[in-house]
Design a protein around this ligand. Structure first.
Ligand code: FES
Length: 440
């Protein structure tokens, strides 16, 4: 505990011990005090639109079966049979009336009730009460703007309280159209040998990396040559460790409003957003951020609008699921406005696949770098708890130098640049508070 209190003192000064990425005890504490206690993103309502639709997901190491029941309600069960614990459903998605366990054949309906036991009366008799052996429910399931979250903590605060001001920004990304968003394609999953905080921090608070890590896009003429280009906008620190960067449309850049979404959709945005949100969205080029602990998002626009390069934009959410201190499973959802024209949706999907899909250019750049951070954080020197070596990493950008901009019209503490470590500092402050708070 004194070690963690020491970490807190460092984090408050914009410093992070490198061993925080790879220390096994820290990782175990994160599973217990963060992932088992807070809200975790499970999926989008469009993925389980009809009764019987299901997807299989995880909350860290707990397998989750997310299903729309016969009454049309979304249910989340531990995806583990109550007989001997077998993982009940192994498919990523599908539609079923019931789930039959492959081990001994127990069958559960969409309400999670045990409805079938092979040779039941003969082997268990009538005295076994089947109602005691239903699937175990994930204690809390709530949704906002179609985003379904689950928590293993029965006493967790309401989802909307947890999201706080992030709701305002979710509205911009997810609630601007009459029928919301839909997941296009099947969410992709892949493994990266890194720590979950490295990727969450990268999306949450690190637009500074773009000019170097993604330099190939500059060399290809896809991104501007100006190394400050990703800084033009606002970094907005939100409560509970959340944060968002909004790279804004500048007058000299000749970029269309509303992230290039078709003009026919603009009246819809006026209907669904309040005037302040509408104005912010009109001038947004890119949003990128992180919802604590490990739900990141990026919403870029691509293309020139020319015949060979249609304008596209999309919203990409991804969960960095911790597997070990140095490995994560990424699940990545591509979302587009349900009301967008089909051609725009398809072009946006292809744009996503080529950029942030698992083989996308930007994704490859990031994964390579994050792997290197983890690789370089496992040795004798970097595991030292600051006894012999100075192992702190630098999160000092803008500290005591950049003041919040009170003219920002949206919620949160907004700074007038995206090249700043303010969100990263807030992320790690929340992280260390969780690890230290026995009550959480
Ligand atoms: Fe599922 Fe036996 S473990 S039926």
């Amino acid at each position: 505990r004194s070690l963690l209190e020491n970490v807190r003192a460092k984090v408050q000064r914009g410093l992070l011990p490198q061993w925080a990425f790879t220390d096994p005890d820290v990782f175990q504490a994160e599973l217990e005090r963060i992932f088992a206690k807070t809200w975790n993103f499970l999926g989008h309502e469009s993925e389980v639109a009809r009764p019987g639709d299901y997807v299989t997901r995880w909350i860290a190491r707990d397998p989750v079966l997310l299903v729309r029941d016969a009454e049309g309600k979304v249910q989340a069960y531990l995806n583990s049979c109550t007989h001997r614990g077998t993982k009940l459903c192994t498919a990523d998605f599908g539609n079923k009336k019931a789930f039959t366990c492959p081990y001994h054949g127990w069958t559960f309906n969409l309400a999670g009730e045990l409805t079938g036991i092979v040779a039941g009366n003969k082997v268990y008799g009538k005295e076994m009460d089947r109602s005691q052996w239903s699937l175990r429910k994930i204690p809390r399931v709530e949704s906002y703007q179609g985003m379904i979250f689950g928590s293993l903590n029965e006493h967790v605060e309401p989802l909307e309280t947890f999201l706080g001001d992030m709701k305002w920004y979710f509205d911009l990304m997810l609630g601007r159209s009459d029928h919301g968003m839909e997941v296009r394609g099947i969410p992709q999953r892949w493994i990266i040998h890194t720590n979950w905080k490295i990727s969450a921090d990268n999306f949450g608070g690190d637009p500074y990396h773009t000019a170097m890590t993604h330099r190939s896009t500059v060399e290809l003429g896809i991104s501007p040559k100006d190394p400050m280009y990703a800084s033009y906008g606002y970094q907005i620190v939100l409560d509970n460790g959340h944060g968002i960067n909004i790279v804004t449309r500048r007058k000299d850049m000749n970029v269309p409003p509303f992230q290039g979404l078709p003009q026919a959709m603009w009246p819809m945005f006026e209907r669904n957003l309040d005037p302040v949100q509408l104005d912010v969205f009109r001038n947004t080029m890119i949003t990128v951020g992180n919802c604590f602990p490990n739900l990141s998002f990026v919403s870029p626009m691509h293309g020139t609008g020319g015949p060979d390069e249609p304008l596209t934009s999309f919203v990409n959410f991804r969960v960095w699921r911790p597997l070990t201190p140095t490995s994560i499973e990424v699940t990545s959802w591509l979302m587009v406005d349900k009301d967008a024209p089909e051609a725009f949706k398809e072009a946006s999907y292809l744009s996503y696949v080529g950029s942030f899909g698992p083989a996308g250019t930007l994704e490859q750049d990031d994964a390579e770098i994050w792997t290197r951070v983890a690789e370089a954080s496992q040795g004798w020197m970097t595991q030292d708890k600051d006894v012999h070596y100075n192992n702190v990493l630098n999160y000092l950008m803008g500290l005591d130098r950049v003041e919040p901009d009170p003219s920002w019209p949206g919620p949160g503490v907004a700074y007038p640049t995206c090249y700043l470590d303010a969100i990263s500092r807030a992320f790690y402050e929340r992280w260390i508070e969780c690890l230290l708070d026995d009550a959480i």
